[in-house]
Design a protein around this ligand. Structure first.
Ligand SMILES: O=P(O)(O)OC[C@H]1O[C@](O)(COP(=O)(O)O)[C@@H](O)[C@@H]1O
Length: 294
């Protein structure tokens, strides 16, 4: 049930939890309803996959179209009530048999390389929208006076290096040796003429990836002893962000392979992710090869 209108009604917990066992915020539910209804009414979608619902949503006629949309309606929900940047992440696949009317999980359980578009919106000091359709990345900023997104970043390019690393160091004790070695190298400035990297971690993937896209550096959510497959969801967090970063000249890996080439086991499957500046990601890739999964 949606919360009552008004700011007070929008803050705080909804009293329910999602398929991942995470407590849902009221705004998680509001955002989920808003996107579901808009996507259904677009007449372009056949299947919706959302972080907030366990099962796929099959769109019936007369609203059915040929696209599968996977989305995280409100990413970074742990930051909502303190007003820190949050966002929406989405990825789009074209159904395998467009116009057939026969749609199934086969249209969803696919590698990220088959996505036709991806993007995110970030809601912060300014609202941004970053999109790719496989031909580079364009960035738009909401102009509140127009109520329109205007193009501000026509051709986003991730710098090949960037002295910023972004990871939840609170999990460090559980990290694998390669991740520990890379983070130590960042702190020592080993590959930066002895100048230490800066740590930046908002705790909203959208905000941390947005900064990485524009300033360079690396965002990491590794697998660890506590989360053997990492925390972030393959379909509606890892894949869209990996496609954006690659299209902007960066790189995205799970640690052992290209993120977009992985095959999800389930619609809410998780995977480790290291993404950002090409040379930074290649450094951790080298350590992973040298040290394996120890
Ligand atoms: O608090 P942690 O473990 O560092 O996790 C933070 C990560 O979890 C997330 O909040 C997960 O997203 P949701 O808020 O959509 O569940 C990411 O945005 C963020 O990168």
């Amino acid at each position: 049930m949606l919360p009552q209108a008004g700011l007070a009604g929008m803050m705080g917990m909804a009293g329910s939890s999602n398929v991942q066992g995470e407590d849902q915020k009221k705004l998680d539910l509001v955002a989920n309803e808003v996107f579901k209804n808009s996507l259904r009414r677009s007449g372009q979608c056949c299947i919706l996959i959302t972080e907030e619902e366990e099962e796929p949503i099959f769109i019936e006629e007369p609203h059915r179209g040929d696209y599968v949309v996977v989305f995280d309606p409100l990413d970074g929900s742990s930051n909502i009530d303190c007003g820190v940047s949050v966002g929406t992440i989405f990825g789009i696949y074209k159904a395998k048999n467009p116009g057939s009317g026969n749609y199934s999980l086969e249209d969803v359980m696919r590698p990220g390389t088959e996505m036709v578009a991806a993007g995110y919106c970030m809601y912060g000091s300014m609202s941004y929208m970053m999109i790719t359709t496989g031909k580079g990345v364009a960035g738009f900023t909401l102009d509140p006076t127009l109520g329109e997104f205007v193009i501000t970043h026509p051709k986003v390019q991730v710098p090949s290096r960037g002295p910023i690393y972004s990871i939840n160091e609170g999990n460090a004790v559980n990290w694998d040796a390669a991740t520990k070695k890379y983070v130590e190298a960042c702190k020592a400035g080993t590959y930066n003429n002895g100048k230490p990297y800066s740590l930046r971690y908002v705790g909203s993937m959208v905000a941390d990836v947005h900064r990485t896209l524009l300033y360079g550096g690396i965002f990491m959510y590794p697998a660890d002893k506590k989360n053997p497959k990492g925390k972030l969801r393959v379909l509606y967090e890892c894949f869209p962000m990996a496609m954006l970063v690659e299209q902007a000249g960066g790189k995205a890996i799970t640690g052992t392979q290209r993120s977009l080439e992985t095959m999800p086991d389930s619609i809410h499957d998780r995977a480790p992710i290291y993404l950002g500046s090409k040379e930074e990601v290649e450094l951790i890739e080298m350590f992973k090869r040298e040290m394996g999964a120890q």
